[in-house]
Design a protein around this ligand. Structure first.
Ligand code: 2P0
Length: 339
């Protein structure tokens, strides 16, 4: 029997997006970002120490090689963590997502967050976050380690509403839980337009952001938008938050569309959906607003009071599209058991 460390880490949906880096090696983002950690959309990862020459990583039951196109980040991250702290043991890890991978739901966020927690808990023999902290791995420390694996993963170390501050230097970055989930129960209804892998990974596309003429003005305007989002969040005002979410998502996609080479994450179908959705908001009178990540799927953010009218409209007009219903969540979870 060996000890096994099981982790569930949430995906997160950014209200103010992380897009573009000042330094890709130090994972220093071009601007502050803010996200809501989700509840159901998550990655479940377990880890135990095994006596072998290399780590084993299984995803949805399949053992993946080190050079796997979509998962090379996993081995790179494990090597980097083991090297930084001198952990000699090789790990056997098993991971699965509760949602389709590579379709614009941040699988690298929940995936690298779960991987970081599971690996460090396993190497240090920690059963709880409290024990991890006592061994020098506070939640914020883990968030920064996860960020090195994938930027958005740092925000998945906390529940509720989380801010990643870029700071004046790469080593002045901060990842902070601003409000617990109970502050405001926002929902995220995800409209799935694609289950397939993205054409270009976010990591590769971040580097192109600087080639868009719209990027520098976007970065310059980000602090003002952050303040407005923080105010709306603080006051729990959907009518103020919603338009900011939509402008922010469209602006990020405007940057993506104007880089060299341009990135078309949205499909014709999802663009048409946005226009129909905005019309319906007026005509059907539901208070719900969209945001979009680096993919074609549309996240609709709303309070519980809008759920029924929104879902009825979606089911009537888009009966064939798959919906995922989620809401703000409490953050990652860790337990120790026997294998
Ligand atoms: C975000 N995204 O803030 C934004 C919005 C996608 C669109 O963070 O290179 O996969 O691993 O740091 O974290 C996706 O970027 O990039 C992302 P890396 P990551 O959620």
């Amino acid at each position: 029997m060996t000890d096994i460390f099981r982790v569930v880490a949430p995906s997160n949906i950014a209200f103010l997006k992380y897009w573009g880096k000042k330094d890709p090696v130090l994972q220093w983002p071009a601007n502050d970002s803010l996200s809501m950690s989700l509840n159901q959309l998550s990655t479940r990862t377990s880890a135990f120490v095994h006596d072998a020459d290399d780590h084993i990583f299984q995803f949805q039951g399949e053992a993946l090689p080190r050079d796997h196109a979509s998962f090379s980040k996993v081995f790179k991250h494990l090597d980097s963590l083991a090297g930084s702290f001198g952990f000699p043991e090789k790990l056997s890890l098993s991971s699965s997502n509760s949602f389709p991978t590579g379709a614009g739901i941040a699988s690298s966020a929940s995936g690298l967050a779960a991987l970081t927690i599971a690996a460090i808990a396993c190497w240090t023999g920690s059963s709880t976050f409290f024990e991890l902290e006592a061994k020098g791995f506070s939640r914020e420390h883990l968030a920064h380690l996860a960020r090195l694996g994938s930027g958005s993963a740092g925000r998945s170390l906390f529940g509720g509403y989380v801010q990643w501050q870029a700071g004046s230097h790469a080593d002045k970055q901060k990842i902070l839980p601003l409000y617990a989930a109970a502050h405001w129960t926002l929902h995220d209804t995800v409209v799935l337009f694609s289950h397939s892998e993205k054409s270009k990974s976010s990591t590769a596309a971040h580097g192109d952001a600087w080639s868009s003429l719209l990027f520098r003005p976007r970065i310059a305007g980000a602090p003002e938008r952050m303040n407005a989002i923080l105010k709306a969040l603080d006051e729990r005002k959907m009518a103020e938050l919603g338009p900011l979410l939509e402008t922010e998502a469209l602006e990020m996609h405007a940057v993506m569309l104007t880089t060299r080479p341009p990135q078309y994450y949205l499909t014709d179908e999802s663009v048409e959906f946005l226009a129909a959705f905005r019309r319906a908001r007026q005509e059907v009178c539901f208070e719900a607003y969209f945001t979009i990540d680096a993919g074609p799927n549309i996240h609709i953010i709303h309070e519980a009071s809008a759920s029924s009218a929104l879902t009825s409209w979606l089911q009537e007009h888009y009966p064939t599209l798959q919906l995922l219903h989620d809401r703000v969540g409490e953050g990652p979870w860790l337990e120790r058991g026997l294998n």
